[in-house]
Write a protein that binds this ligand. Structure first.
Ligand code: BGC
Length: 249
């Protein structure tokens, strides 16, 4: 068995964590999931993360990686599209490290998923530019060039038809507006065409919970770039956060 680390994936609706073998990318425990506290405020989130780490019963030397639905630059959270605005310019790394009494490594959630897919999933050995997008409450994005992550790309906030792209094309838009798969696919077509025009990628990977149902919408898209579902499903963020925590330890 390789080295172990905890990965925590903080989302707008749930906070998930597990112990990961970072050599194989396999989960060593069940995924623990706790609902995100109402309001998504820092202290309440830290309390949930602490409880998950306690439940995993690991010693203090086990690295902890935490991925988060916002820009994270050098450990500081810089944006808050679907969480409390208290996270804007918040030294999350220092705060989590102090409150949990252990070193943590913080990063963006889509970046964690992208890194995991490059190491263990759909972008393994992929050359050139890969763009991973997560379709959930928002749209997360990770840019990978020859397997190297370029962090905080935030492509969910490009302007599409005069609106913030994630408001129009995230999975939450489909649910909120009761769109059929076909109607949602029209918006995805516009979104991925825009990404294609701007970046000319070699591969798109689609993650987020809805990627389980990829057969219902990916075949409806007509793109020049191959587009495939993520392979690591809902564990990608956990695996990427844990793996990068070790790299960083
Ligand atoms: C945030 C990103 C995040 C994405 C998915 C967006 O609203 O700006 O940082 O990766 O949602 O959670």
């Amino acid at each position: 068995m390789g080295k172990k680390a905890i990965g925590i994936d903080i989302g707008g609706t749930g906070i998930k964590g597990a112990l990961v073998d970072v050599k194989s990318g396999k989960l060593l425990t069940d995924r623990i999931r706790v609902g995100t506290p109402d309001g998504g405020r820092p202290d309440d989130m830290v309390a949930v993360v602490r409880a998950i780490i306690q439940e995993l019963r690991v010693d203090k030397s086990t690295p902890v990686g935490i991925c988060f639905p916002a820009v994270v630059q050098h450990g500081v959270t810089k944006s808050a599209a679907n969480i409390s605005s208290e996270w804007i310019n918040y030294d999350a790394d220092a705060h989590f490290t102090k409150s949990l009494k252990r070193k943590v490594h913080m990063l963006n959630d889509a970046d964690a998923a992208g890194f995991a897919e490059a190491k263990f999933g759909a972008a393994r050995n992929q050359k050139g530019l890969t763009i991973l997008t997560t379709l959930g409450t928002g749209i997360g994005a990770a840019l990978l060039y020859n397997g190297t992550l370029i962090p905080n790309s935030e492509l969910g906030h490009l302007t599409l038809n005069g609106q913030d792209a994630e408001k129009l094309a995230a999975f939450s838009a489909k649910e909120r507006e009761g769109l059929s798969w076909e109607d949602w696919a029209v918006r995805l077509q516009a979104y991925y065409s825009l990404l294609e025009d701007l970046f000319v990628p070699d591969l798109f990977i689609v993650g987020g919970g809805v990627s389980k149902e990829h057969e219902l919408f990916l075949p409806l898209l007509k793109l020049k770039t191959p587009i495939v579902p993520a392979e690591l499903k809902n564990a990608a963020g956990i695996i990427g956060a844990a793996t990068l925590a070790v790299k960083d330890a």
